[in-house]
Design a protein. Sequence first.
Length: 58
Amino acid sequence: MNSDQAFGLVYGVLLLVLVGSALVVRRMNYGPMIRMAITWALIFAAAIFVAATLGLSH
């Protein structure tokens, strides 16, 4: 793992902690929130798949 990958990993973890702490404080209804999170994850996964399939990830 080089320094760029380590920085990306730390940044991602900190971003998840920030978002997670904001959600805990708001005490939202978690059912619709989880559904939206899964939907967005599938959208991003599809976009990454299409980009990798078309060779746009160079």
